[in-house]
Ligand binder design. Structure first.
Ligand code: PMP
Length: 355
């Protein structure tokens, strides 16, 4: 029987994250984490953490981390907003900027948190179909709307939208906020950051989770005009003024200060990705060019769900989405060379067995 108070409960369909199994021996290629450890400076900073610091609230303005990111990006500190992972930053952006009666627009195949936030914050939205090759069709974003958001490269497809396309979309959307979610941009795509000089309605969001191997620390940031960053800070201070903890602030600074290590791991992951692409092609898989740390692949004689389950039996985790148009694809995060060799050899075995 329905309880009287139940009618006052906000019921939402939650975001379903990839599995986080906790096995001693597993190959985890399902949530786009980085297989390499964070920069050595992060381990050093962790060792040197003074527990007495934990007695005090952290700096709500996150000044040291904001300054370090601004310096590295060649922007002013007033142009940076940090949060607890880019999920937190994006949710703040939804709350702050998407308050129109008109629907916000995003692709039909994209990061599955967007519709969750829209529902949660009661923001009307309309998804726009990708074309047959999983490209965004820019004309779909020229209609009247309450804001635009998409990842670049897109997730889970890995497909990059060109700078020209992004600029065309910005040209047609000067009266609303346009957010480019660049969670995967460091793996060989072009950032929209230079467009910030020209468009004061643009927000570029990036994260430490993927390219900086810091998913466990939850650090993300937005880059935008000082005016937009101020609006974000006002909302943050009214909702969750102390969300970034002291440890995240300290370790984030240590990570951003080691650019050489960052570039070295990116290079390794991109090299591995290109090698895996070649082998998957030989094995009969098809995929679009990926500019991210994952490959979104399908095989015409190999049902994705079955392969997903077979790999899982071997403790190899990839991501399967039971969704229209992409139910025959697997998203495979790029791990170390050894992990990818094991993955490829299991795929090969499966293909041989299934004839
Ligand atoms: N955007 C996209 C497209 C993602 O795939 C993810 C990772 N799940 C995020 C944002 C959020 O990443 P994080 O909160 O770890 O920064």
């Amino acid at each position: 029987m329905m309880k009287a108070w139940e009618k006052n409960i906000r019921k939402v369909v939650p975001y379903v994250p990839g599995e986080q199994p906790n096995k001693e021996r597993m190959i985890k290629l399902n949530t786009n984490e980085n297989p390499y450890p964070p920069a050595p400076g992060v381990a050093e900073a962790l060792k040197n953490l003074d527990p007495d610091r934990l007695r005090l609230y952290p700096d709500p303005a996150c000044t040291r981390l904001v300054d370090a990111i601004a310096k590295q990006k060649g922007l002013k500190p007033e142009q940076i907003f940090v949060g607890v992972g880019s999920d937190d930053v994006l949710a703040m952006c939804f709350m702050t900027f998407f308050n129109s009666e008109k629907p916000i627009l995003f692709p039909d195949i994209t990061y599955s948190f967007y519709d969750v936030w829209a529902e949660e914050f009661r923001i009307p939205y309309e998804t726009q179909p990708l074309d047959d090759d999983f490209n965004i069709r820019k004309e779909d974003y020229y209609k009247e709307n309450g804001g635009v958001i998409f990842p670049n490269p897109n997730a889970p497809t890995g497909v990059e939208a060109s700078q020209e396309m992004i600029e065309d979309i910005l040209q047609h959307n000067q009266d609303v906020i346009v957010i480019i979610d660049e969670a995967y941009v460091d793996f060989g795509a072009r950032t929209a950051q230079p467009l910030l000089e020209k468009y004061d309605n643009l927000i570029v969001v990036q994260t430490f989770s993927k390219s900086r191997s810091m998913a466990g620390m939850r650090i993300g940031y937005a880059m935008a005009s000082p005016e937009l960053i101020k609006y974000l800070n006002d909302v943050k201070y009214s909702f969750n003024s102390y969300t970034m903890d002291q440890t995240a602030l300290d370790l984030g600074v240590a990570s951003i200060e080691d650019q050489a290590y960052f570039e070295e791991t990116l290079h390794k992951i991109i090299q591995t990705r290109e090698r895996v692409k070649l082998r998957l092609t030989e094995l009969g898989f098809t995929f679009r060019d990926s500019r991210s740390n994952f490959i979104f692949a399908s095989h015409k004689s190999c049902p994705a769900e079955e392969l997903f389950e077979k790999l899982k039996e071997k403790d190899i985790y990839v991501r399967y989405f039971n969704k229209p148009r992409i139910h025959n694809y697997l998203r495979i995060t790029i791990g170390t060379d050894a992990e990818m060799d094991e993955f490829l050899s299991e795929v090969e075995n499966y293909l041989k067995e299934s004839g």
